[in-house]
Design a protein around this ligand. Structure first.
Ligand code: NAD
Length: 525
């Protein structure tokens, strides 16, 4: 099962990647796009790979003064950037996309090595960045509002969208770069400047992106302060959330974090875009194409080692096919190739750290105390190649939806099998019966069932798929979820509007001054 990597020239490979992407042994605490700051005298954090425990590099952690410096630089840059025509801003983003294409393999490898997802998924993540750049380039010519007819003669009404200012982006470890690009590339064409605080667990991919961006900014003779990076932990995120100079904070991470950010931003009546935890389910009805469904279930449940916000956590199966599905899954799970994420035969890499492993083990223990039955997996792997203690065997548990652990998002590969009987409505009720509302899916070839799932009394999630699993969204649609997932939308469709302020304009081209609603207000002179 385990693929050894001794044969891989890994050290050389990683050294080359770090060199190509400008990662130093010790990296400064912040960048304003052109200038790096915070070179010494800061606390440091050493980043090790969850794949093999080796040190990759060290980062300096920004302090409050660094943060303030970055905000001030960004404020100045905004004055220039907002005056740059949107299609010209789009041209800069186009060049960033091209530069990402050039560095796709190297950045994909670093994503894989720093975060632990397999190389194929690392490449996919960089491809998402490229895709959103392409999308943003087109968008830069389409930041349009509606026009309306006025009730008053010779009057015209329309709506326009203006840049907001500084957009703060707080990102999670599991999509260390894609989530930033979803926000940053749209915000940039909208005329905003961006301050990015990557996860403290995966800051090196952020440093790499900043080096890539720097090349483009330099070539275009742009000022510093448009794309900023600040490396820090929750404290820096908290400064951002409380800071009135940051009109929009886009935060991706746990619901616990989102509540704190939402409260702080809300208290100052700022805007927040929250992308938080999910508890995603696939419904398998009696009419499901099981061959298709099984592939989607396994990818959704164990891909990225269960560390996607859209990972499949619950499988709601009709009682008539329950035993068959269970049997098929129990055949597949023991043979899943677990190993080093840069080994091309691996499908499942490690969890991000030992805390995540403990959360996995604790969840399995608790769900069994509640009455759940562990059917397979759950072990923490040890021995040759698994010395880091971060590799686990994905687990399947028979459970009931109301169990406390089933109601929680455990960010690890645990799949809960839940049985339903009767009509699809019963399955939908179970699927909606959690606090989170990110992604959902149904596998069925019955139009009646799939349309019920998509109807206004169907899935209550931000994403509802038919005959496709819960994970692996495309950038063209708006991405986000309801309930405790936070309600935010980013990426495609009209998600760009959150990065702009909206203005309604009424223009009078007559020589009269009629008031709306026919109000008479004549001044006698
Ligand atoms: P996390 O909440 O621990 O951290 C996320 C980010 O928030 C980090 O940058 C962290 O430094 C920052 N942060 C933490 N506390 C903060 C505070 N009080 N104020 C400001 N910033 C703070 O999450 P994680 O472990 O990195 O990521 C996993 C979680 O992210 C999962 O719950 C997953 O579902 C969620 N996620 C959601 C989406 C989505 O689009 N809905 C996408 C990816 C990940």
């Amino acid at each position: 099962m385990k693929q050894t990597i001794e044969s891989l020239p890994l050290v050389k490979e990683i050294t080359d990647v770090l060199q190509q992407l400008g990662i130093k042994e010790v990296n400064p605490a912040y960048s304003t796009g052109l200038v790096w700051g915070g070179h010494e005298g800061r606390s440091t954090r050493t980043i090790t790979s969850p794949a093999d425990g080796n040190t990759i590099a060290t980062v300096n952690m920004a302090n409050a003064d660094d943060y303030d410096q970055v905000v001030q630089t960004a404020q100045e840059a905004f004055k220039v950037w907002r005056k740059t025509p949107a299609p010209k801003r789009g041209e800069v983003v186009r060049q960033i996309g091209d530069r990402l294409r050039k560095h796709k393999e190297a950045l994909g490898k670093l994503v894989s090595y720093e975060m632990g997802k397999i190389y194929q998924e690392g490449l996919g993540e960089v491809q998402e960045m490229i895709d959103i750049c392409d999308f943003a380039v087109g968008l830069s010519r389409q930041l349009h509002g509606f026009t309306m007819h006025s009730e008053r003669p010779q009057h015209r009404m329309y709506e326009q969208y203006h840049p907001l200012g500084i957009v703060g982006v707080i990102s999670a470890f599991n999509f260390p770069v894609a989530v930033w690009s979803w926000n940053a590339m749209l915000a940039a064409v909208c005329g905003d400047v961006i301050i990015w605080k990557p996860s403290e667990k995966t800051p090196l991919t952020g440093v790499a992106c900043q080096h890539i961006i720097r090349e483009v900014l330099t070539e275009n003779e742009l000022p510093e302060g448009i794309f900023n990076l600040i490396i820090g932990d929750a404290e820096i995120g908290s400064l951002m959330s409380h800071d009135k100079r940051v009109p929009l904070v886009s935060a991706t991470g746990s619901t616990h974090m989102g509540k704190k950010v939402g409260e702080a931003v809300g208290a100052r009546l700022g805007k927040s875009l929250l992308e938080l935890g999910g508890n995603n389910a696939i419904i398998l009805t009696e009419n499901a194409d099981l061959e298709m469904a099984l592939r989607a279930i396994v990818f959704g449940a164990v891909g990225t080692c269960g560390q996607r916000c859209t990972s499949t956590r619950r499988l709601i199966i009709h009682e008539n096919i329950y035993d068959q599905v269970k049997e098929r899954l129990l055949k597949v799970y023991p043979n899943l190739p677990i190993g080093h994420p840069l080994d091309s035969t691996t499908l499942i890499g490690p969890l991000i750290d030992k805390d995540a492993v403990n959360a996995f083990s604790n969840a399995l223990e608790k769900v069994q105390q509640e009455g759940g039955t562990l059917l397979t997996g759950g072990e923490v792997l040890s021995g040759d190649g698994f010395e880091t203690g971060t590799y686990v065997k994905p687990a399947i548990v028979e459970a009931e939806n109301h169990y406390e652990m089933v109601q929680e998002e455990t960010f690890a590969p645990i799949l809960y099998l839940i049985k339903y009987s009767g009509e699809v409505e019963n399955a939908i009720e179970i699927q909606n019966g959690v606090r989170q509302g990110l992604s959902s899916a149904i596998f069925s070839t019955s139009l009646l069932e799939t349309e019920a799932f998509l109807s206004h009394w169907g899935s209550d999630c931000g994403i509802a798929n038919v005959n496709i699993g819960t994970s692996g969204a495309e950038i063209g649609g708006a991405f986000g979820g309801e309930k405790e997932t936070g309600g935010g939308r980013e990426s495609g469709s009209d998600a760009w509007k959150v990065y702009m302020r909206r203005q309604t304009n009424t223009i009078n081209y007559s020589r009269e001054l009629p008031l709306a609603q026919g109000i008479k207000f004549d001044i006698m002179d």
